[in-house]
Ligand binder design. Structure first.
Ligand SMILES: [Zn+2]
Length: 89
């Protein structure tokens, strides 16, 4: 298979970590997908998509045992750039 983004033929099945959002939390899910070794584009087949969807459901229904591996932070004292804050005066 060729990468549709960069046309590289180096597309291989690899174990990657997919981030699933669950409210304010993020669940890191290891999953095997085809990955372009040149540009990093990921290709999800039907099985991978279904696995992701099913796992999202299970997480929402609390059917998956989760253990914390880190914390998620948001900066509290970073000054917003003017360009980005259109509504602020
Ligand atoms: Zn590529």
């Amino acid at each position: 298979m060729k990468c549709v983004i960069c046309k590289s033929p180096d597309v291989e099945k690899k174990l990657v970590e997919e981030e699933i959002r669950s409210g304010p939390d993020i669940v890191i899910l290891p999953i095997e997908v085809m990955v372009c070794l040149n540009c990093g584009e990921r290709y999800y087949d039907r099985r991978a998509m279904k696995f992701l969807e099913d796992t999202k459901h299970k997480i929402a229904n609390k059917e998956v045992n989760l253990s914390p591996i880190g914390k998620v932070f948001r900066p509290t004292n970073v000054v917003k750039r003017r360009k980005l804050s259109r509504t602020a005066s």
